[in-house]
Design a protein around this ligand. Structure first.
Ligand code: ADE
Length: 234
Protein backbone atom coordinates (compact mmCIF):
# COMPACT_ATOMS: atom_id res chain seq x y z
CA UNK A 1 0.00 0.00 0.00
CA UNK A 2 1.10 3.57 -0.70
CA UNK A 3 0.26 6.45 1.67
CA UNK A 4 0.84 10.09 0.73
CA UNK A 5 0.36 12.80 3.35
CA UNK A 6 -0.10 16.29 1.93
CA UNK A 7 1.06 18.79 4.57
CA UNK A 8 3.09 21.97 5.11
CA UNK A 9 4.86 20.23 8.02
CA UNK A 10 6.45 17.05 6.56
CA UNK A 11 8.97 16.99 9.46
CA UNK A 12 6.06 16.25 11.81
CA UNK A 13 6.19 12.64 10.49
CA UNK A 14 9.96 12.12 10.93
CA UNK A 15 9.84 10.19 14.21
CA UNK A 16 6.73 8.29 13.09
CA UNK A 17 8.43 6.90 9.98
CA UNK A 18 11.72 6.05 11.79
CA UNK A 19 10.38 4.31 14.91
CA UNK A 20 9.48 0.72 15.81
CA UNK A 21 6.71 -1.13 13.94
CA UNK A 22 6.08 1.63 11.37
CA UNK A 23 9.80 1.80 10.54
CA UNK A 24 9.85 -1.99 10.06
CA UNK A 25 6.72 -1.87 7.87
CA UNK A 26 8.35 0.76 5.62
CA UNK A 27 11.70 -1.04 5.45
CA UNK A 28 9.91 -4.34 4.72
CA UNK A 29 7.97 -2.66 1.85
CA UNK A 30 4.59 -3.38 3.45
CA UNK A 31 3.84 0.31 3.05
CA UNK A 32 5.33 3.07 0.93
CA UNK A 33 4.98 6.22 3.09
CA UNK A 34 5.64 9.67 1.63
CA UNK A 35 4.91 13.30 2.44
CA UNK A 36 4.28 16.10 -0.05
CA UNK A 37 4.74 19.71 1.05
CA UNK A 38 2.00 21.77 -0.57
CA UNK A 39 3.92 24.99 0.15
CA UNK A 40 6.27 23.95 -2.66
CA UNK A 41 3.27 24.24 -5.06
CA UNK A 42 2.57 27.93 -4.35
CA UNK A 43 2.88 30.28 -7.31
CA UNK A 44 3.34 33.56 -5.43
CA UNK A 45 6.84 34.66 -4.51
CA UNK A 46 6.12 34.77 -0.77
CA UNK A 47 4.99 31.13 -0.85
CA UNK A 48 1.72 31.91 0.92
CA UNK A 49 -0.62 28.93 1.35
CA UNK A 50 -3.47 30.94 2.91
CA UNK A 51 -5.34 34.22 2.61
CA UNK A 52 -7.93 36.31 4.48
CA UNK A 53 -11.55 35.09 4.50
CA UNK A 54 -14.10 36.60 2.09
CA UNK A 55 -16.79 38.29 4.14
CA UNK A 56 -14.27 39.25 6.81
CA UNK A 57 -13.53 37.70 10.17
CA UNK A 58 -10.59 36.43 12.18
CA UNK A 59 -7.86 34.12 10.93
CA UNK A 60 -6.79 32.79 7.59
CA UNK A 61 -8.16 30.24 5.12
CA UNK A 62 -6.10 27.71 3.14
CA UNK A 63 -6.19 28.56 -0.57
CA UNK A 64 -7.33 26.12 -3.24
CA UNK A 65 -4.45 26.33 -5.74
CA UNK A 66 -1.42 24.95 -3.80
CA UNK A 67 -3.46 22.12 -2.30
CA UNK A 68 -5.19 21.11 -5.53
CA UNK A 69 -1.92 21.23 -7.50
CA UNK A 70 -0.19 19.11 -4.81
CA UNK A 71 -3.11 16.65 -4.96
CA UNK A 72 -2.94 16.45 -8.77
CA UNK A 73 0.80 15.73 -8.61
CA UNK A 74 0.21 12.43 -6.76
CA UNK A 75 -3.37 11.38 -7.51
CA UNK A 76 -4.35 8.74 -10.07
CA UNK A 77 -7.46 6.61 -10.63
CA UNK A 78 -6.51 4.24 -7.77
CA UNK A 79 -6.11 6.99 -5.17
CA UNK A 80 -8.56 7.53 -2.32
CA UNK A 81 -8.39 11.06 -0.92
CA UNK A 82 -9.19 11.81 2.71
CA UNK A 83 -9.33 15.28 4.23
CA UNK A 84 -8.47 15.49 7.94
CA UNK A 85 -10.95 17.85 9.59
CA UNK A 86 -12.98 18.10 12.81
CA UNK A 87 -16.08 18.26 10.57
CA UNK A 88 -15.47 14.72 9.23
CA UNK A 89 -17.03 11.39 10.22
CA UNK A 90 -15.46 10.01 13.40
CA UNK A 91 -12.56 7.59 12.91
CA UNK A 92 -12.99 4.01 14.16
CA UNK A 93 -11.39 0.56 13.96
CA UNK A 94 -13.88 -0.26 11.18
CA UNK A 95 -12.78 2.77 9.14
CA UNK A 96 -9.11 1.82 9.70
CA UNK A 97 -9.82 -1.65 8.27
CA UNK A 98 -11.53 -0.15 5.20
CA UNK A 99 -8.81 2.46 4.58
CA UNK A 100 -6.20 -0.32 4.77
CA UNK A 101 -7.74 -1.90 1.64
CA UNK A 102 -7.00 1.03 -0.72
CA UNK A 103 -3.99 0.78 -3.03
CA UNK A 104 -3.14 4.44 -2.58
CA UNK A 105 -4.40 6.61 0.25
CA UNK A 106 -3.86 10.37 0.23
CA UNK A 107 -4.36 12.25 3.51
CA UNK A 108 -4.78 16.00 3.33
CA UNK A 109 -3.79 18.02 6.43
CA UNK A 110 -5.04 21.55 6.96
CA UNK A 111 -4.14 24.40 9.30
CA UNK A 112 -5.27 27.80 10.52
CA UNK A 113 -9.00 28.47 10.30
CA UNK A 114 -9.54 25.69 7.78
CA UNK A 115 -9.80 24.86 4.10
CA UNK A 116 -11.44 26.93 1.39
CA UNK A 117 -14.81 25.16 1.10
CA UNK A 118 -14.25 24.45 -2.63
CA UNK A 119 -11.40 22.02 -1.79
CA UNK A 120 -14.07 19.63 -0.49
CA UNK A 121 -15.17 18.93 -4.08
CA UNK A 122 -11.80 17.24 -4.75
CA UNK A 123 -11.80 14.76 -1.83
CA UNK A 124 -13.50 11.37 -1.39
CA UNK A 125 -14.21 11.64 2.33
CA UNK A 126 -13.53 13.68 5.48
CA UNK A 127 -12.36 12.11 8.73
CA UNK A 128 -12.16 13.50 12.27
CA UNK A 129 -10.35 11.66 15.07
CA UNK A 130 -12.71 13.05 17.73
CA UNK A 131 -14.76 15.98 18.92
CA UNK A 132 -11.94 18.39 19.70
CA UNK A 133 -9.98 20.85 17.56
CA UNK A 134 -6.26 20.31 16.90
CA UNK A 135 -3.86 22.98 15.60
CA UNK A 136 -3.62 21.01 12.36
CA UNK A 137 -4.55 17.76 10.63
CA UNK A 138 -1.07 16.22 11.14
CA UNK A 139 -1.65 14.54 14.53
CA UNK A 140 -4.95 13.20 13.16
CA UNK A 141 -3.28 11.86 9.98
CA UNK A 142 -0.62 10.21 12.13
CA UNK A 143 -3.29 8.45 14.20
CA UNK A 144 -5.05 7.22 11.05
CA UNK A 145 -1.79 6.01 9.45
CA UNK A 146 -0.73 4.17 12.60
CA UNK A 147 -4.08 2.43 13.03
CA UNK A 148 -4.19 1.22 9.44
CA UNK A 149 -0.51 0.34 8.85
CA UNK A 150 -0.61 -2.13 11.76
CA UNK A 151 -3.48 -3.91 9.96
CA UNK A 152 -1.53 -4.45 6.71
CA UNK A 153 -0.40 -8.01 5.94
CA UNK A 154 2.84 -8.98 7.65
CA UNK A 155 3.17 -5.84 9.82
CA UNK A 156 2.23 -7.52 13.10
CA UNK A 157 1.27 -11.12 13.85
CA UNK A 158 -2.13 -11.76 12.23
CA UNK A 159 -3.52 -13.29 15.42
CA UNK A 160 -2.78 -10.15 17.40
CA UNK A 161 -5.43 -8.09 15.65
CA UNK A 162 -8.14 -10.66 16.18
CA UNK A 163 -7.81 -9.97 19.92
CA UNK A 164 -7.67 -6.18 19.57
CA UNK A 165 -10.12 -4.07 21.49
CA UNK A 166 -13.00 -3.18 19.08
CA UNK A 167 -12.11 -5.75 16.39
CA UNK A 168 -15.03 -7.91 17.57
CA UNK A 169 -16.99 -4.99 19.01
CA UNK A 170 -15.75 -5.61 22.58
CA UNK A 171 -12.89 -4.25 24.68
CA UNK A 172 -9.89 -6.54 25.01
CA UNK A 173 -9.67 -8.96 27.97
CA UNK A 174 -7.02 -8.35 30.68
CA UNK A 175 -3.48 -9.54 29.89
CA UNK A 176 -0.71 -10.56 32.32
CA UNK A 177 2.94 -11.56 32.08
CA UNK A 178 5.56 -12.84 34.54
CA UNK A 179 5.87 -12.80 37.52
CA UNK A 180 2.78 -14.75 38.65
CA UNK A 181 2.63 -12.57 41.79
CA UNK A 182 3.69 -8.88 41.86
CA UNK A 183 3.57 -7.01 45.18
CA UNK A 184 0.94 -9.43 46.43
CA UNK A 185 -1.19 -9.15 43.28
CA UNK A 186 -1.67 -12.57 41.69
CA UNK A 187 -2.43 -13.45 38.08
CA UNK A 188 -5.89 -15.15 37.80
CA UNK A 189 -5.51 -18.90 38.47
CA UNK A 190 -7.21 -19.97 35.23
CA UNK A 191 -4.45 -18.40 33.10
CA UNK A 192 -1.86 -20.65 34.76
CA UNK A 193 -3.99 -23.80 34.30
CA UNK A 194 -3.12 -24.53 30.65
CA UNK A 195 -6.81 -25.42 30.12
CA UNK A 196 -7.48 -23.72 26.76
CA UNK A 197 -11.29 -23.97 26.77
CA UNK A 198 -11.52 -22.47 30.26
CA UNK A 199 -9.06 -19.73 29.34
CA UNK A 200 -11.08 -18.82 26.22
CA UNK A 201 -14.30 -18.68 28.27
CA UNK A 202 -12.67 -16.58 31.00
CA UNK A 203 -11.30 -14.12 28.45
CA UNK A 204 -14.64 -13.75 26.71
CA UNK A 205 -16.37 -13.21 30.06
CA UNK A 206 -13.81 -10.56 31.08
CA UNK A 207 -14.16 -8.81 27.69
CA UNK A 208 -17.92 -8.67 28.18
CA UNK A 209 -17.59 -7.51 31.81
CA UNK A 210 -15.12 -4.72 30.91
CA UNK A 211 -17.20 -3.58 27.94
CA UNK A 212 -20.42 -3.49 30.00
CA UNK A 213 -18.67 -1.51 32.75
CA UNK A 214 -16.66 0.95 30.62
CA UNK A 215 -18.37 1.14 27.23
CA UNK A 216 -22.01 0.00 27.52
CA UNK A 217 -22.68 1.86 24.23
CA UNK A 218 -20.65 -0.81 22.38
CA UNK A 219 -22.96 -3.57 23.64
CA UNK A 220 -26.04 -1.73 22.38
CA UNK A 221 -24.75 -1.97 18.81
CA UNK A 222 -23.72 -5.62 18.96
CA UNK A 223 -25.78 -8.81 18.73
CA UNK A 224 -24.66 -11.21 21.48
CA UNK A 225 -24.33 -14.96 20.93
CA UNK A 226 -26.10 -17.38 23.31
CA UNK A 227 -22.79 -18.06 25.06
CA UNK A 228 -22.06 -14.33 25.47
CA UNK A 229 -25.53 -13.68 26.89
CA UNK A 230 -25.05 -16.48 29.42
CA UNK A 231 -21.59 -15.20 30.43
CA UNK A 232 -22.95 -11.68 30.95
CA UNK A 233 -25.62 -13.10 33.30
CA UNK A 234 -23.09 -15.06 35.45
N1 ADE B 1 -7.90 18.92 12.34
C1 ADE B 1 -8.14 19.67 13.44
N2 ADE B 1 -8.81 18.96 14.36
C2 ADE B 1 -9.02 17.72 13.84
C3 ADE B 1 -9.66 16.54 14.31
N3 ADE B 1 -10.25 16.48 15.50
N4 ADE B 1 -9.68 15.46 13.50
C4 ADE B 1 -9.11 15.52 12.28
N5 ADE B 1 -8.50 16.60 11.79
C5 ADE B 1 -8.43 17.70 12.55
Amino acid sequence: MRITVITIFPEFFDSFRTTSIIKRAIEGHRVDFETVDFRSFTLDKHRHVDDTPYGGGQGMVLSCQPIIDALRSVRDERSHVVMMTPQGATFSQKKAARLATYEHLILLCGHYEGFDERIRAYVDEEISIGDYVLTGGEPAALVVCDALIRLLDGVILEDSHEDDSFSDGLLEYPQYTKPAVFEGKAVPEVLLSGHHANIRRWRLKESLRKTKQRRPDLLQHRVLSKEEEALLEE
